[in-house]
Design a protein around this ligand. Structure first.
Ligand code: ZN
Length: 257
């Protein structure tokens, strides 16, 4: 793609990231995605078009609401920028139409990540809705066949269910989040059954790394009440599995490729 095309693709990614912020804020709160228009969560001030420009408005207003001065979460520009970069990466790597499929997949992972971080749940609209989307798009997905997408979804849900049961039996309590097995089913529908191995491995490794890091910072206990949500690490593992060069994954997981 030439530079003007990349630029317009990036702008599209920013705009869709801006919509994703609406999803991340409203979906877990049970609010309508369509109406009303964007508003400040502090004072309810309805945003004008120039207060609602991805990245730019945040920078121009120095991260504050123009009406009440309330702080706008850093999540808004972060989600917009990440969405803008992901659309470039997916289209560069996979072309059309696979790039569009994996960009959609990465948006679902992005929404799951930030909703899980804030609310410790992942809504069914994201996981089950995304799972159905993954199955519906599987004929055009170069990583799976429709049959493999279905097997991937079943393996994702089943593997995590067994893992959760084992953990609960071992510790005598519910430990793994309820939404996580549905998230892994969604990932399996897009990536197929074999890639679930690197996804879970990378998620566990990065989750353990983050838990150790927070423990060393003295922020959280290693075990106990304030466990980290696992959803964001599953999303990270899925994105890494999607984007890591084949050689790197083949070295660790020869069965996958
Ligand atoms: Zn405000």
């Amino acid at each position: 793609m030439n530079p003007p095309q990349l630029f317009f693709l990036f702008l599209l990614g920013l705009a869709l990231g801006s919509f994703l912020n609406v999803v991340i804020y409203r979906l877990p709160r049970g609010l309508s995605l369509a109406t009303p228009g964007s508003f400040c969560p502090h004072c309810g001030h309805r945003l004008r078009w120039y207060e609602n420009l991805p990245l730019l408005s945040y920078l121009l207003q120095k991260g504050r609401c123009r009406s009440c001065g309330g702080i706008i979460s850093w999540r808004y520009p972060l989600v917009e920028l990440t969405s803008g970069l992901l659309i470039l990466f997916t289209f560069e790597r996979f072309g059309w139409p696979a790039g569009a499929i994996f960009y959609l997949f990465s948006l679902l992972l992005l929404a799951a990540t930030f909703i899980d971080l804030e609310h410790r749940i992942i809504p069914d609209e994201i996981t089950l809705g995304g799972l159905l989307l993954g199955l519906a798009l599987s004929p055009w997905n170069p990583l799976v066949t429709p049959f493999r997408a279905l097997v991937g979804a079943l393996c994702g849900a089943g593997a995590f269910y067994l893992l959760g049961e084992f953990y609960a039996w071992l510790r005598g309590r519910e430990g793994l989040g309820g939404g996580d097995h549905k998230l892994l089913a969604l990932i399996g529908a897009f990536l197929g059954p074999w890639r679930l191995f690197p996804v879970v491995f990378l998620a566990a490794a990065s989750g353990l790394g983050a838990a150790l890091f927070l423990f060393l910072l003295g922020r959280r206990r290693l075990s106990g009440g304030s466990a980290l949500p696992f959803g964001p690490f599953l999303a990270l593992g899925a994105l890494a599995t999607l984007f890591l060069p084949r050689g790197a994954l083949f070295f660790l997981f020869p069965t996958v490729y």
